[in-house]
Each structure stands twice: as C-alpha cells, then as structure tokens.
Design a protein around this ligand. Sequence first.
Ligand code: ME8
Length: 525
Amino acid sequence: MPDQTAATAYVTTPIYYVNDRPHIGHAYTTTLCDVWARFMRLSGRDVFFLTGTDEHGVKVEKSARDRGTTPQALADENAAEFRRVLGLFGLSNDDFIRTTEPRHERQVQRLLERLEAAGAVHLGEFEGWYDEGQEEYHTETRAKELDYRSPVSGRPLVRAKESNYYFRLSAFQERLERHFDENPEFVRPAARRNEVLGRLREGLQDVPITRTNFSWGIPMPGAEGHVVYVWIDALFNYATALGLGEEDPTSSERAKFWPADFHVIGKEILWFHAVIWPALLMALELPLPKCIYAHAFWIAEGQKMSKSLGNFVDLEAIGRYHDRYGLDAWRWFMATRGPLGASDADFREDQFADAYATDLVNTVGNGASRVTAMAERYFEGSVPRPEDPHRIVGDRDWNASIAEALREAESAAGRFAIDRMAEAGLSLFRSLDGFIHRTEPFRLAKDPDRREDLARILHQSLEVLFAASALLWPLMPDSMDRLREALGCAKVTESGPLADQVRMDAARDFDGVRKIALFPRIETA
Ligand code: ME8
C-alpha cells in the first residue's frame, strides 16, 4: 500500500534580485536546495521546493530608468533569464515565484491588512542610516559599528527621514529570545545563530514596512502614496507561494507544506530571515520555519566577489566548467567544497580539478568501472544472486556498511549538512575500493574452483554500487542514472522509502551489467 499521507518537506532559496545577472552565488544556494529536495523526494517525502525572483524596489526602478525601459519590462526580461539559467543547472524546483505576479501582490496586501488588524502596524516618523544598495536602515549603534558604511557595498550610509508605516518589531523581543532559547537549531550553523542572538539581545526597534520615495512596489492597502517595503514584500513570498495569504488559506492544496523545513540563504540576509520574518509570522499567528540555514560566501582569490570588482564567477565561467567537466561535476564541487558552513570558500580552478580527480575519477568512476568491467569479463554481465548473498567476505559486512551510510545520509539531511550527505555515498565507493583490493577478485578469476567466491564478491560489489548510486543521485542525478543503467537496474525513483532505493531486493540477480566509464580523466595545465 502506498503511503497516502507522506510527510511533507518544504525548502526555499532566497528570491533573487532581478537587477543583477545570475552568478555563482545564486547557482550555489539553489543547487544546495535542489540536492536536499531530491534527497527528500527519494526518501518518500512529499516535497515542495521553491525559488523565484524579487522584482520590486527602488533599485529596479532606477536600473529601468537608466536603461530607458519600464520596471516591469526589466523585471520580465531578467526573471526570464533567471528561469532559463536555473534550467541549465538541472534544478527540480516545484515553483518559481515572481513578486510582480498578481497571486503574490494580492496576498501581500491581505497579509498586511491582517497585520494591521492584529495591531502590529502603526504610522510613524523615522530617521536613520540608510544603505541605498541594500535598501536597509541601520540604527545609530549598528551604523557606528559599521563605520557608517554599507557592509555589502562599502559605500557610505546616508541619513534618511520618512513618514512610514511601521511593524512593531520591538513587541516581539521576548518571544523571539524565547524561541531562540527553546529551539537551538532555529538558525544554523551555530556560529550564525550566536551572532544573531547577540544582536537580538541588544534590543529591537520597530521597522518601517512602507516607502513613499518611489512607486515600484505593492501599494499599501488604504494608504495613498505608500508602497510596501521591498524586504517585507519579498519575505512574504515563502507564504504566498503556498496560498497562505488567500482569503481562505485552508483551501490551498499547498498549505500542507507550511512551515518550511529550511529557508536557505546567504549570511548577509540573516537578520531579515531570523528576526523580522519570524516576528511577522508571530504577529500573523502562523507557525515558524523549523530552520534558517545561512551559508557563507564564495570568494575569489581571497577577495569578496562583487559587482563593482567585476570578479563574480559568472555564467560564462560556469559554462566553461560545465563544458569541460560536466554538470554533475559542477554540482559535486558546489555541494562538497562550497561555503556551506560558517567560513567563506575560495573558488579556484585547481581545487575544482583536484576534487574532480580525487572524488569523481579515482573513487566513483574507478569503482564503477572496475566492478562493471569484471562482471562483464567474468560473467558476461550476468551475476546471479549467490546462495548466501550477505555472507561476510573478506571481513566486510556490507549489509551493515550500507545501513550505516544510509543512516549517515539521513541524519545529515536533517541538519542540511549537504557535504556530509555526499560523504555518506562517497564513503561506500572508498570502502569498495579497499574491498576489491583485499579480496582480489581478478586473482580468483584465474581459479575455476573459486567461481562461487568470485560471484559472491562481485554480487556484493554490484550491490554496493546500487546503494551508492541512490545515495549520490541527489547530487549527480544524471551520472547515477547512467550507473544504474550500466548495472542493468531501473533508475532511481523519486518515491520512498529510501531503504528500498538503497537496498537490493534480496532475491535479485544482476543481469545485463555493462562496463561503464563515468568520469573521463581530464588533463590540467
Ligand atoms: O538578497 N556566495 O537577493 P540577491 C554564495 N532579493 N552565495 C551567494 C553569494 C556568494 N558570493 N552572493 C550571493 C537578495 N549569494 C534578496 C533576497 S529573500 C526573501 C530576498 C546568494 O539576488 C545567497 O543565497 O542579492 C544570497 O543570500 C543570495 O544569493 C542573495 O541574492
């Protein structure tokens, strides 16, 4: 009986600004989410994976003016570009939300009305230090800490004054602190959590949620001349995509996905996600996300990547890697060598080449080709299930190792430890290499009396490839589907339980195994 009430899983990326061209940062966060989403689907979870574009705000209005076009035309063009680009990365998102879509605009207005009705909004005068690039105000204390410069662009903060609608963020101070205390995993990694919590304890001020100095935004309901501040508009995407701002949110089929398991973001936008967003949800009496996962940054030769320095690894550069090493190798490098934790990661071609050679050519590719080649050579591709398939051979209890790798991967997925998920699959290939080295099937093949042992070793090795191909499939779907094909097995299917994807049916004969070369060796200069 298929499980009719599969547990749900919801993962989101930030929605990306349309006044920028897609680059490695966008590809990175979205790829991490894709790996997680695929793994969860593989585990039988009912998954919703959301990404999209953030299209309002003064920056878009300005860029459009500079280019002699309308903000909507600019947004349409660049949103299409983001969509096209995400397609090049083999991403499996379930929706792509744009903040200029009527479904989003209408719900944001309704959510703001609900906030007002809940008494969480007031009209007030505001003066502060404004970061024009980030569209973000800073308090005096914070501005001083920042030396009155934008932490993102380095440009001076400007003194700005506005009469605006405010969200009573200060009213949520205690509840937020309590939430952090009671949910130590609310923000990951831990270093980021401590940072936010430190800043939170300094005290909260109310934040403006409307603007009057430009018009490219969602009109604030009942307030002529006010548009919704782009950050509030943007954060709500996580809820509007599921229909939570509709008149009757329970009628939305997607409501079951709420709240998110992971809002995955870069560290620069953590404050909005870990403090303002949960406070808005508290005011709306909606359950909070389980975890905000804030990764660090890709940097280039020790330097921050920025538009002004022009050193972003851009699409052209990414395209060269795809052409040379293949999409799966790119995904592998993103997932295993990127800034997933608290420290930034330098993007370097020699490290890419090194990871490719070590993990993919020498470990995954080599293991797959050795075993499939022996199955082809010694058994013409048909390795029947031996009498006692899981009898321990050459000190290796594969049954236990595979179960352990599976547990590792599942536990890593629960912490968004994408690199550890990769390691769980890779470790099976490493052990396989040692197993072949110790049991020497190529030597046994010379002895007709050892035919049964040879079959058992190869059958077990093929089972390991079967298991490892499922565990690595979320990272490298294409290559692992090819490996499954070479094993003469069905492709990995996206419906659980995971144990069935990883474990061979105990009665299985391998039939039609063909030698496979997965990752060609690539000479580097
Ligand atoms: O901030 N390394 O959009 P954005 C790794 N629209 N990841 C990076 C990166 C780098 N060097 N640079 C960018 C916005 N990123 C808002 C978000 S959400 C409600 C609104 C990734 O186009 C990282 O995920 O500037 C970062 O948070 C995101 O791109 C910022 O994208």
